[in-house]
Design a protein around this ligand. Structure first.
Ligand code: ATP
Ligand code: MG
Length: 417
C-alpha cells in the first residue's frame, strides 16, 4: 500500500475529548473514528488490525471444532421472555426499539437464547451432539460508562461460541479445550505473558466462570494473581471461603488492575430447558442439552494491545496483528535515485507477500518518521542517502527503537517468518 493513496491521515494532536489512551492514539493515527461516546468506526488501518485478531481467533476456534455462523442483531422479545432475560432487570444494558406496527424488539447484547432456539431444529438425538458454533457479531449494550475507548463500546463486535453437549462431563472436556485455545489466542496476539485465567462469578448457572484478564493500568477490574500457579481470582469473588476452595493463599497473591479480554461460562441446562432444547439419548430418554458460552471482544483486545505496548511516540504492534509488517520510508521523494531504490524494494517485498506500507508522500522526512512511530508498524526500512552510498538498508525496530544497517538478505530473514 502506498501511503499517498491511503485516505486516512494522522493528526498532529491527539483528540482532547478522549479519556483513554487507546482511543487517543487510534484516532490520532487514523485507525478509528469516534462517532459518539462508546461508538467507533474502524478505518482501513484499524480494520486490518481487527481482521488479524479475528483471524487468529477464527483459526483457534476452528481448531477445536467450531463452525462459524452469523446470527441476527434484531431480537424477538418472545424467546427472551422464555428465559426471563427480556426484563431490564435481568439485562440492564438492553437497547430496545419498535417496529412500525409498534411492537417491541431488541438489539442483541448476547446470543444464548437465539442460538439455543436455532438448535432445536438441528439437535434431536445424541447422534447430533456435540455442536460448537460461533460467530463474530455486533453486540449492542447500553453501557453506563464508556470511557475506555474501544475497550468498552456501546456497539462492538464479539466472538461468541456456544457449546452443546450431551452431559456435564463432555461439556467440561470441551470447556478446558476452549480455555487452552483462549490461552493460544492471547499469546499469538502478544499478551500471553500478561493474561491470566481468572476465577470470576458464574452468574446464575454455576459458581464460577473463567475470565481471561490482561494486566494493565487501564483495566477496570481488580484481580489477585498467584504467579506460581498461573491463575487469578477476580475481586468480585475474592473471599476467604473461595480462596480456601481454590487452595490459594492470600500471601501468595498479587493485586493488579486488569482488562477482561475474554470470558467463558458454564450454562448448564438453563437455556436448553427454557428453549425446549432436548435430545433423545442412547436409551431413548429425553434429556436437556448442556451448554456453555465463550466470548472474546476482538476490539477490546486491540485496545488492550494499544494500552500495553504503546510508548510516548505512539503505538507498537506485535508482528502478528500489525496493520502492515514493514514500513518503507522514502526520505526524499524528489530524489530520483532514492525514489527508484525505494520503489524497487517495495515491489520486491510485496512480491514476497510481505505486507508493506510505503511512505511515498511528498512531505518532510521528519513528518514521515513521526507518523511511522505513531502508526507503530513493527519493522521500518529507511531509504535515503545512506542506502545509495552503501547499498545497505537502514532498518529500525519499532519496539526497541534500535537501528542498524543490513543487506537485503538479512532484512528478508527478519520479515519472512
Ligand atoms: P464487562 O464486565 O467488562 O462489562 P462482560 O462481562 O459484560 O464485560 P461478557 O458478556 O462476558 O462481557 O462478554 C464477553 C467479552 O466481550 C468480554 O470478555 C470482552 O472481551 C468483550 N466485551 C464485553 N463488553 C464489551 C464492550 N462494551 N465493548 C467491547 N468489548 C466488550
Ligand atoms: Mg464477562
Amino acid at each position: 500500500m502506498r501511503q499517498s493513496q491511503l485516505f486516512t491521515k494522522t493528526r498532529k494532536e491527539a483528540p482532547k475529548d478522549e479519556a483513554s489512551k487507546n482511543a487517543r492514539l487510534l484516532i490520532q493515527a487514523g485507525f478509528i473514528e469516534k462517532v459518539m461516546a462508546g461508538v467507533y468506526s474502524y478505518l482501513p488501518l484499524g480494520l486490518r488490525v481487527l481482521n488479524k485478531v479475528e483471524n487468529i481467533i477464527r483459526e483457534e476456534m476452528n481448531s477445536i471444532g467450531g463452525q462459524e455462523l452469523f446470527l441476527t442483531s434484531l431480537q424477538d422479545p418472545e424467546i427472551w421472555q422464555r428465559s426471563g432475560r427480556w426484563d431490564d432487570e435481568a439485562i440492564d444494558v438492553w437497547f430496545k426499539t419498535k417496529l412500525a406496527n409498534d411492537s417491541e424488539i431488541g438489539l442483541a447484547t448476547t446470543h444464548e437464547e437465539p442460538i439455543a432456539k436455532l438448535m432445536v431444529e438441528h439437535i434431536r438425538s445424541y447422534k447430533d451432539l456435540p455442536v460448537y458454533a460461533y460467530q463474530f457479531q455486533t453486540k449492542f449494550r447500553n453501557e453506563l460508562r464508556a470511557k475506555s475507548g474501544i475497550m468498552r463500546g456501546r456497539e462492538f463486535k464479539m466472538k461468541d461460541l456456544y457449546s452443546f453437549n450431551k452431559n456435564e462431563e463432555n461439556f467440561r472436556e470441551f470447556y478446558e479445550e476452549c480455555a487452552q485455545a483462549y490461552a493460544r489466542i492471547f499469546s499469538r496476539v502478544g499478551v500471553g505473558d500478561k493474561t491470566y485465567r481468572t476465577f470470576a462469578s458464574g452468574g446464575s448457572f454455576s459458581k464460577f466462570s473463567d475470565e481471561f484478564q490482561t494486566i494493565s493500568d487501564a483495566g477496570e477490574d481488580i484481580i489477585y494473581i498467584d504467579k506460581d500457579k498461573n491463575i487469578a481470582v477476580n475481586e468480585e469473588v475474592y473471599e476467604d471461603s473461595v480462596l480456601e476452595e481454590l487452595d490459594l493463599k492470600k500471601e501468595n497473591l498479587v493485586k493488579e488492575k486488569a482488562i477482561e479480554v475474554g470470558n467463558i461460562f458454564p450454562l448448564g441446562t438453563k437455556y436448553a430447558e427454557a428453549m425446549d432444547l432436548f435430545y433423545n439419548d442412547e436409551s431413548g430418554e429425553k434429556r436437556p442439552v448442556t451448554m456453555g458460552s465463550y466470548g472474546i471482544g476482538p476490539g477490546r483486545l486491540v485496545g488492550a494491545v494499544v494500552e500495553i505496548f504503546s510508548d510516548e511516540k505512539g503505538m507498537v504492534w506485535p508482528d502478528s496483528i500489525a496493520p502492515f509488517k514493514a514500513h518503507i520510508i522514502l526520505v526524499d521523494t524528489e530524489n530520483k535515485e532514492q525514489s527508484r531504490a525505494a520503489n524497487q524494494i517495495y515491489k520486491e517485498l510485496t512480491n514476497k507477500n510481505i505486507e508493506v506500507l510505503f511512505d511515498d508522500r511528498n512531505i518532510s522526512a521528519g513528518e514521515k518518521f513521526a507518523d511511522s512511530d505513531l502508526i507503530g508498524i513493527p519493522h521500518r526500512i529507511t531509504i535515503g542517502k545512506k542506502f545509495l552510498e552503501s547499498d545497505l538498508i537502514e532498518y529500525t525496530e519499532r519496539a526497541t527503537g534500535g537501528s542498524r544497517e543490513m543487506t537485503e538478505e538479512e532484512l528478508l530473514s527478519i520479515l519472512v517468518n
